[in-house]
Design a protein. Structure first.
Length: 139
């Protein structure tokens, strides 16, 4: 069995944003030369997420609106975590809802997606570099 590991780095200039990272993950899969196995894609920061869904602008805005409704950024005084001097408690909660990682089957050298599925990086406390781990195992 072979394994492959690579870190992808992102710097979202806004506080929040969603980025389709499927092309970068596909590049990793090609580099790995693995034909059959599993691909893990993992946000390595507790205020960011990796998830799978449709790449449609209305849906991305719906996520933004829905998450802000669930865990509004302001007033920041509503969160105990922010008493530590941070102002990102909402980002931790948004990450919890959206998830830490995804695992996608690799079949015949391709990510084995269902219709419309794409991999996204979700940022909830941006404006600095953060990394995503891609780990692929198989033959």
């Amino acid at each position: 069995m072979k394994n492959y590991r690579k870190e992808l780095w992102f710097n979202i200039p806004q506080r929040r944003g969603f980025t389709n990272i499927t092309p970068q993950v596909n590049d990793c899969l090609r580099e790995s030369s693995i034909q059959e196995g599993l691909c893990l894609v993992n946000a390595m920061h507790i205020t960011a997420s990796v998830y799978i869904n449709d790449d449609e602008g209305g849906l991305l805005q719906d996520y933004e609106d829905w998450l802000e409704g669930l865990a509004p950024h302001e007033p920041t005084s509503r969160y105990r975590h922010n008493r530590t001097g941070e102002e990102n408690a909402d980002a931790h909660l948004k990450r919890q809802v959206m998830g830490r990682e995804v695992v996608v089957a690799v079949t015949k050298g391709r990510l084995d997606f269902g219709p419309w599925e794409q991999i996204f990086y979700g940022e909830f406390d941006g404006r600095r570099r953060k990394r995503v781990l891609v780990k692929i195992i198989g033959d």
